[in-house]
Design a protein around this ligand. Structure first.
Ligand code: ADP
Length: 562
């Protein structure tokens, strides 16, 4: 569950990235400068004070009385009078042997320290070599040192020297103000530079923005040009371009699909309208009394029934195609093409007893056994190209069946000693493969003469990893220029037979869709001697996955003549 952001988070989110980057950089820089400045001040002050105090020992131990005072003895005690010359950088206080302050000297225009009125000799002696703080009237700070020196009379006197710390503090103050000024200038320049750099970088993102806007406005051809892989923006642009290519591809695909769909719906309604108009026509004729008598009625009914059947076939085909378009994953299993071919041949036999349908299994190395039912081959007939094995002699164009010829019988010739080649066991969905064969056989029957033979050839190619089943007819054939189109939906050759047969034009489209789903293919070629050969190819199932019961079936040489 997404919880509501607090006030700070939502405030932070509202700030632009540019302001964030600039703000954070400037903030961190300012903090760093402040810490550096504040850290330097105490260190610098300590150093300066130490420097000032280092003068004290030399000063305090020198004879400052004679330098800055005139001494006049009064009643044996000296009286100190200030000379004109006064120390400029420090202050002096003189105490007598009793520790009473006698005189002070120093720059009269500068603030003086408040010397103690009394400094006992003993205390002064013990305080030698130490630095003592002193305070001026206005709170100014001084450092002082004391020394006990013999005076001219031989008595001891105490001399205190105080140096002001104000100059050191002044230097610190100056340093700090200069530092702060420089820090502010640095922060200002850093802010400007960061902002400039961020703006410059984000300007490249502006291209992304404008491209996105163009795409939103419908111009899908727009692409980003800054594809430098070393920069983030470059990488982002490459990723966006790839995404745009994909989106473009999907949109084009969608447009194609919609176009196909429109055409498909248009064609389908057109196809359905023709039989409907005809049925309605008959109904109207009947209502108007134009169909009279039993014979007329029977004929009209027959026509109506035929049209209804045609519509039924069309609707069935449309449904089959719609289901295939759903792109449901087919239930692919290993299946043997031979029983499928054999069953298909039997089905034709049942539907058209006059038709000769031969199943040829080319997966057997050689065919040796002669068979009863094969009619005599014409020796001068050349073997079809590409089908060179002995068994292919069966493919030769046969003479049309003559009435005196006996109806061919089943013939399961066996050649148990012939070596077995790769069994035609392929990956597929049985119902679908059967439907493919049925559609192709239906066409073979429709587009060849009633008594023209049909061959169903099963083969396998281990090298290519394919198994195949070919429907070979000897009918009118398909001109090379239309071999591509026949697999399109609702495409029919404009031949008299195509019109007569009343097909929906969907049979081969269904075949092609099924094979696409099963990862197979269908190809059409010319039957040697005339006619069409449709070869369906499916991927061979690896033999270790071939079920044992299927392998057993591969032993006998199968030839089924009908
Ligand atoms: P239809 O319902 O018309 O048979 P198909 O998709 O099955 O639709 O076939 C499309 C066209 O391909 C047919 O109209 C026909 O012209 C041609 N055709 C298909 N099979 C054969 C064949 N075995 N021999 C000749 N022409 C064929």
């Amino acid at each position: 569950m997404a919880h509501k952001p607090d006030a700070v988070t939502s405030w932070w989110r509202r700030i632009s990235l540019r302001a964030k980057v600039t703000g954070v950089t400037v903030g961190v820089l300012a903090l760093g400068l402040l810490i550096a400045g504040l850290g330097t001040v105490p260190i610098l002050r300590t150093a300066l004070v130490a420097n000032v105090e280092s003068q004290l020992p030399a000063l305090v131990s020198s004879d400052l009385v004679n330098r800055y005072f005139d001494t006049t003895p009064v009643d044996g005690d000296p009286v100190y009078t200030r000379k004109d010359e006064q120390p400029r950088d420090f202050f002096v206080a003189i105490y007598d042997a009793e520790g009473v302050l006698q005189a002070t000297a120093g720059n009269s225009s500068a603030e003086a320290p408040e010397f103690r009125q009394e400094f006992p000799l003993a205390e002064a002696k013990s305080s030698e070599d130490t630095v003592m703080p002193l305070v001026g009237e206005d709170g100014a700070l001084f450092s002082s040192s004391v020394a006990v020196l013999p005076s001219e009379g031989g008595a001891l006197r105490t001399q205190v020297v105080a140096v002001p710390l104000a100059p050191a503090d002044r230097i610190i103050g100056q340093y700090f103000s200069i530092y702060i000024t420089i820090a502010f200038i640095t922060i200002f320049i850093a802010a400007l530079l960061t902002r400039f750099l961020v703006t410059l970088t984000f300007r490249r993102l502006g291209q992304v923005e404008s491209t996105a806007m163009s795409i939103a406005a419908g111009d899908f051809s727009q692409r980003l040009t800054d594809l430098e892989p070393t920069t983030e923006v470059g990488r982002l642009n490459s990723a966006i371009n790839t995404m745009l290519d994909r989106v473009d591809g999907s949109l084009a695909q969608r447009d194609r699909t919609v176009q196909h769909m429109r055409r498909f719906i248009g064609d389908a309604s057109h196809e359905l309208r023709t039989p409907l108009v005809s049925v309605r026509g008959y109904a109207e004729l009947y209502r108007m009394g134009a169909i009279k008598g039993e014979e007329d009625t029977a004929r009209a009914m027959e026509r109506i029934e035929k049209e209804a059947i045609r519509m039924g076939v069309l609707v069935e085909d449309l449904l089959a195609l719609a289901r295939l378009d759903e792109e449901r994953e087919p239930e692919i299993v290993a299946l043997d093409l031979r029983p499928i071919a054999r069953d298909a041949a039997l089905d034709v036999r049942a539907a058209a007893p006059s038709r000769t349908v031969t199943m040829i299994d080319l997966t057997i190395e050689s065919v040796t056994a002669p068979t009863r039912s094969i009619p005599k081959q014409e020796p001068e007939q050349p073997a079809p190209r590409g089908l060179s094995r002995a068994a292919l002699s069966r493919l030769r164009r046969r003479p049309r069946t003559t009435p005196e010829e006996p109806t061919p019988a089943f013939d399961f010739s066996e050649a148990p000693d012939t070596p077995v080649r790769t069994p035609p066991i392929v990956w597929g969905e049985e119902n679908k493969v059967r439907q493919v064969v049925t559609n192709l056989l239906g066409n073979a029957r429709r587009f060849s003469a009633e008594d023209s033979p049909i061959e169903i050839v099963v083969d396998s190619d281990r090298a290519r990893g394919t198994g195949s089943i070919a429907i070979v007819d000897h009918g009118e054939g398909i001109p090379p220029q239309i071999r591509e189109q026949i697999f399109e939906r609702f495409w029919r050759a404009d031949t008299s037979r195509a019109r007569e047969t009343g097909g929906s034009g969907l049979g081969l489209a269904i075949v092609s869709s099924i094979l696409k789903a099963l990862h197979g293919s269908v190809a059409v070629s010319e039957t040697p001697g005339g006619g069409a050969t449709f070869t369906v190819t499916l991927p061979l199932a690896p033999s270790r996955e071939t079920p044992a019961h299927l392998l057993e079936e591969t032993q006998p040489l199968e030839r089924l003549d009908l």
